[in-house]
Design a protein around this ligand. Sequence first.
Ligand code: AGP
Length: 608
Amino acid sequence: MCGIVAYIGPKDATAFLLEGLQRLEYRGYDSAGIAVTGKTGGLKVCKTKGRVADLAAAVPARFKGATGIGHTRWATHGVPSDANAHPHLDNAERIAVVHNGIIENAEELRAKLSADGAVFRSETDTETLSHLIAAHLGEGTDLEDAVRSALKKVVGTYGIAVLDATQPDRIVVARNGSPIVLGLGEKEMFVASDVAALVRYTRQVVHLEDGELAVVKADGFRTFTEDARTVTRQPSTVDWEIDSYDTAGHEHYLHKEIHEQPASVERTLGGRLDERFSTAHLGGLNLDARELREIRRVKILGCGSAYYAGEMGAQLIEELARIPAHSEPASEFRYRNPVIEADTLYIAVSQSGETYDTLAAVQEIKRKGGRVLGVVNTVGSAIARECDGGIYLHAGPEISVASTKAFTSTVIAFALLALHFGRIHDLSPADGRRIVAGLKALPGQIREILAEEEKIAALAAEYAKHEGMMFIGRVRGFPVAREGAQKLKEISYVHAEAYPASELKHGPLALINPDLPTVALVPDDELLDKNLTTLGEIKARAGRVLAVAHREVDTKLADHTVVVPRSEPELDPLLLNIPLQLLAYYAAVALGRDVDKPRNLAKSVTVE
Ligand code: AGP
C-alpha cells in the first residue's frame, strides 16, 4: 500500500530513490520522502505532502549520499502532511525509518517511549519504530542487532528499511506481512517493496520471508531471523521485461493494460487447453481427480474487483461442473467466524497477492483445517505462498490502480478450472469442445471490441456529463454490471450503481429519469426477452439506455448500442465487460481525472 526503496553503493543514492519512488507511486501517493547519508555519516532528510514529483522539486541540489532510503505513502495513521511523511527519525536524528504496514501496539509503545523522553513529531505509528530502534542502540551496537531487538517488542505488520547516520555502510531491512525485495548489483545493492522499482537496475532479486531481516551492504547482504539465526536465501531472476513496467507510448497505464488483454489472455491460457480430451490442464492445483470429485461446494474469496471476478467464476463452476459455488468478499468472511467444511474447496483471488483481508481469510481457513487454492497474478506473493496450490494468471504486472487485464485473466482462470472440474464430473466432451473453442477465440474477439474504441470514447464523454449511472445485467450479466459500475466510480468518480436487471422494478426503478442513464448488458441468450422487457420499463420512465449487446439483438429500445461478438453463453460475460473498461477509462479522461492514481486509493490494500 505504500512503497519502499533503498540504495547502497558507489553512486548517488538520491537519483535511484526518486526514480524508484516514481515507479512505486501507484502503491500510495499522498506524500513521499527520502533520507541519505554520506560516507562520513550525518543524515539528510527531505519529505513532503503530495506526489513524488513534488518531492523531486523540493530536494535541494546538493542532497547527495551513497546510502539512502525512500518512501511513498498511503495514509493510515494521520493525515497526509509533511510531518507524517516517511522517513521518521529519533530525537537525535540518527535513525531514519521507512515502513509499510501497521504497528498495532503503537499507542502503547508511544506512551512508554514518550515517558522515556522520546519527542514525537508525527501522528504515525511508524515513528515509534525510529525511537524504539534508537533506544536499543548502545555504545558500539550494530544497527542490525538494535533493529532485531526492537522488533521483538512490536506487534503488527511491517516491511521496513532503516538507516543509521553513524553506520553509513549498511541498511537494515525487515519483513513481517509486507514485502521486501533485495536487488543484487555490481558492488551495489538495492531494496524495494516491489520489483517494479528494481528491474531497470538488476534482475537478480532475493525475496525476504516473514520474520526475516537483512543487513545490506554495497558488496552483499546477510539474512537472519529475529532470534539471530542466519538463513540462506538464493537469488531468483525477475522474468518480466522492463517494458512491462512502462506505459510503452500509451497515455496511461490503464490504457496500455486494457489493450494488452488479447496477449495477457493468451498467456493465461498458454499450454493449459487440452483439445484431445476437451479439458484444461492446471499443473499447480495439487489436487488429483479423485480429490476433486470429493468436493461438494466451492467458496471464492476476494476483495473489490477480485470478488466480482469470483462471482463470474462461481457462475462458471456451477454451470460447467454443476457444483454449488459462491463468491464472498474476503473482508466480510474473515470477521463472521465462518464454518469451514472439509468437502468445500476455498479459492482466494488476488491480483497483487498482498491484499490483507484476503490473506487473513486464507489464514483463517487454514487455521481451521480447510483447503485453499489461490488465483493470483503476482508470483511468490504472500497469498500465493499461503495457499495449498492454485493458478497463476501470468497477466503481467498491473500498475494502474483499476484492475482490468488481471480481472479478465482471473475469469479465464476460473473458466479453465470450471472446464477441468466439469470434465471430471458430467460435462460432455461436446460441451468441453465448445468451451475450449470459445476460450481460444477470446483474444481475437477482444481485439474486435478494442477496435470500437473511438465510438466508445465518444459515448463515454457524453454519458460522463451525468451525475450518476445505473448498470444492469441478469444472472451471468450481473457481476459484469457490478464490475462496470466499480470501474466507473473508481476512476471517474461518477456515481454508479449496479443492480440485477430483474430487481429494478422492486425499488431502483424509482430513480430512473433522463438524468440517470442505464448501461444494460443484453447478450443474445435465454434471458433476452426478460432483458428487453426491462429496457421497455426504463424507456417508459424516460430513462436513457446504453446497451452492450450482441449483433443479433434488436436494440431499438436503446439510445445507443455497443456491439460485442458472441462467445459461448458461459463466456459471454468476459467480452461484455471489455467495453465497460473503455467506457470508464474515457469517462475519466473526459472529466480530467488522474486515471492511474484515483483519489483516496492505492493499488494493493495491505491494511485492514
Ligand atoms: C480494482 O479495480 C480495485 N482497485 C480493487 O477493487 C482491487 O481489485 C482489490 O483491492 C483487490 O486487489 P487484489 O486483487 O490485489 O487483491
